[in-house]
Structure formats: structure tokens, C-alpha cells
Design a binder for this molecule. Structure first.
Ligand code: NAD
Length: 352
């Protein structure tokens, strides 16, 4: 075995079905008396439902969270935090709501309880990406890491199939890149392989029956493991490409990850053979890039960046930007090969 360094993030995780009923207890454990509940506008009803579990500890609900954590929304939410003199945050939703909670915690150090309802995994990381003036800036800080995660499988049953698929593959992307990360280590790799396998076996069952609680539990468990991977080691080419494309063209987060991942894996496949063997095993065999492409396509995901909103003739600019301040990657970044990669993803063709 090679030498390694393993950094664990602290955190308390409650996992299961019906676990939302423990929200009051968890708030009490944190000593919270004045909780602000956060959500997107679409999940305002769900936020009201779960607020009931907090009883008299609820100070208010702020349901204007948005994708990519715009700083003006955070500033608006901060006024509510101050007006209510909130002493804790409960974020219910996907990465967008979790992002708002993290942005407030970064500014106030308030404790956070996150109730994730997608597979984005943000709840398990000390990372925050905020947007201001069309630029997304990422920071990492211990204040950003949520204190408690309450995973309630029941709250994921309403996640539409299309978003379940792309959100699940977004999670797989965290684990894939953790396997070939510069800081890879045996513990995180174990979680990564288990996370990929849990999600890959759950997604077809969720597509067949979105109310399948066993499959939903597998997917949520896998999403947690993949989120831990994202929060523990550095990411590589795939995340750099998605960060670039998301920032330049405001493409939808999880669908964009789904369309890019098979191509990033193909690009790195020869440079990271041991990781590829583990990805293949987790996916049930086959060449990993093609297996990921086939899985996503079979589940109905849109595989063309053009169809997701990437403008024509923009590959060159995207490659230039991705190569500036590049992340570490197992294979050196080569302009021609990256252009070919993005051209394939633009058209939605299979990885080469
Ligand atoms: P999202 O949070 O934007 O959710 C998409 C939509 O689905 C929203 O309208 C949401 O309200 C709705 N939704 C969520 N769960 C639902 C449910 N169970 N039932 C019905 N509707 C539901 O999407 P996402 O993909 O989870 O998050 C994307 C954002 O998270 C991006 O801004 C991304 O940058 C960020 N992110 C950050 C990290 C990190 O570590 N910092 C990690 C992953 C993602």
C-alpha cells in the first residue's frame, strides 16, 4: 500500500425513513431556540411541513433559495436572519438550498441542520460556490460545513425521475474523481466505489418506480458517500470543465455533469487504470466511460451540451478557460484532446 493522508470532516448523520420527526431533538441538541428554515420557492410547502417538527423553535421560513447561490439572495436572507435574531438554520432541499444555508453560516457561523432532498452531496462538504456579477467563486471554510445532516428517504420520493437520474450521476461524478484524485486514499476510495455502486443499481429501479423506497434509500446512501468523497479530496478535469461551462453558459448543474462525465472519464482512462477498474466494478463491468454513457442514456438523460444550452462555436473559448488555473488531473491537459472531448459532449456522441 502507498503512503497516504486521510482528512475526515466532522459531522453527525441521521439516516432513514421518517427521520424528519427527529428534527426537534436535533435542534435541541444544538441548543437552538430560534430556527430559520430555508428552501427554494418550489419547496416552500415542504419547508412548512417540516417546520412543524420544530414546534416553538421556528422563527420563520425563507423560501427564496436559487441555483448557484447568488450573493444578492444571500444578502436578502441575511436581513431575515438579523431581523429574527436566528440562532440556527435548517435547510431543506437540494444543493441550491444547502448553498444558501452555507452562505449564511459562512457569514454568521450559525449551526446548520441540512435535510437533503436530491443527491447533490453538498451537505457533506465545507465548500461553497457563490455567484456575483456572472462569476462563480468557490471557497472552503470549516464554518461552511453543516453540523448535522438528516437524511429522510421519504422526502426524496417526490424528486422527479429526470432530476433523480441526473442528480444521481452528478453524485457519481464526485466519487469517480475521488478515485483518481491526487489526495486519493483507501478510505475515501472505499466510499467512492460503494457510492457509485449504490447509485448505479438504484437509478434504474427509481426510473421504473419512483416510489421504490429501497431504491430511494440506496440512492440517498450513495449520494452521502459521494458527497463525503467530494468534501475530502480534490476534484479534477471533470469538475473543472463543469465549473467552466456552468459559469460561462449557466447550464443546468446536474444535467451538465451527466453529459460531461463519460467524456472526462474517457480522457483520463489510460492515466488512471486502477481507478478505472474500480469504477468498472462498481458499475457492474464494462469500459467505464461507455458504461456511464450507456447508463445515463438508457435512463433518458440528455447527453448533448448543445441541447442543454451551450452556444454554437463556443468549444474553443471553453477549452481556453478550462486550461487557465487548471485543477490537478491524472493526465496533462492537452488543448486538442480537450477540444475533441467537448465537441463530442456538445453533440451528445458516445465518448471516444
Ligand atoms: P437544486 O437544489 O437546484 O434543485 C433543483 C430543483 O428541484 C429545485 O427547484 C428544488 O426545489 C427541486 N427539488 C429538490 N428536491 C426535490 C424533491 N425531493 N421533490 C421535488 N422537488 C425537489 O439542484 P441540485 O442539483 O441538488 O443542486 C445544484 C446546486 O448545488 C448548484 O448550484 C451546485 O453548484 C450546488 N452544489 C454544490 C456542492 C458543494 O459542495 N458546494 C455540491 C453539489 C452541488
Amino acid at each position: 500500500m502507498e503512503n497516504f493522508v486521510y482528512n475526515a470532516n466532522p459531522g453527525r448523520v441521521i439516516f432513514g425513513s421518517g427521520t424528519i420527526s427527529r428534527l426537534g431533538e436535533e435542534a435541541e441538541r444544538l441548543g437552538a431556540k430560534c430556527v430559520l428554515v430555508l428552501s427554494t420557492p418550489e419547496q416552500a410547502g415542504q419547508a412548512e411541513d417540516i417546520a412543524r417538527h420544530l414546534g416553538s423553535r421556528v422563527a420563520g421560513i425563507y423560501s427564496k433559495a436559487q441555483m448557484h447561490t447568488p450573493v444578492d439572495v444571500t444578502s436578502d436572507a441575511m436581513r431575515t436572519v438579523e431581523r429574527l435574531d436566528a440562532d440556527a438554520l435548517v435547510s431543506i432541499g437540494g444543493g441550491s438550498t444547502t448553498g444558501l444555508g452555507k452562505a449564511i453560516a459562512y457569514r454568521t457561523d450559525l449551526p446548520q441542520i441540512v435535510v437533503p432532498t436530491t443527491y447533490a452531496g453538498s451537505e457533506a462538504t465545507p465548500i461553497l460556490g457563490e455567484t456575483e456579477g456572472g462569476r462563480k467563486v468557490t471557497k472552503s471554510d470549516p464554518r461552511i460545513l453543516p453540523e448535522v445532516i438528516v437524511y429522510d428517504v421519504d422526502l426524496t420520493l417526490s424528486l422527479p425521475v429526470a432530476l433523480s437520474v441526473t442528480s444521481g450521476i452528478n453524485a457519481i461524478a464526485h466519487a469517480v474523481e475521488a478515485l483518481y484524485a491526487r489526495e486519493a486514499n483507501p478510505i475515501v476510495s472505499m466510499m467512492a466505489e460503494e457510492g457509485i455502486a449504490a447509485i448505479a443499481r438504484a437509478l434504474p429501479l427509481i426510473q421504473a418506480n419512483p416510489q421504490d423506497r429501497g431504491a430511494r434509500a440506496d440512492a440517498l446512501y450513495g449520494a452521502w458517500l459521494c458527497g463525503v468523497c467530494l468534501g475530502s479530496v480534490g476534484m479534477a478535469l471533470h469538475h473543472k470543465l463543469c465549473h467552466t461551462l456552468g459559469g460561462m453558459f449557466n447550464l443546468p448543474h446536474a444535467p451538465m455533469h451527466t453529459a460531461v462525465l463519460p467524456h472526462a472519464v474517457a480522457y483520463n482512462s489510460k492515466a488512471a487504470p486502477a481507478s478505472m477498474a474500480r469504477i468498472s466494478r462498481a458499475l457492474g463491468g464494462g469500459e467505464p466511460a461507455l458504461a456511464l454513457y450507456d447508463l445515463a442514456k438508457r435512463l433518458g438523460a440528455v447527453m448533448s451540451l448543445q441541447d442543454l444550452g451551450m452556444p454554437a462555436n463556443s468549444v474553443g473559448d471553453a477549452v481556453e478557460q478550462a486550461m487557465s488555473n487548471a485543477y490537478w488531473n491524472p493526465r496533462a491537459l492537452e488543448k486538442k484532446a480537450l477540444s475533441e472531448l467537448l465537441e463530442l459532449a456538445y453533440r451528445g456522441d458516445a465518448p471516444a
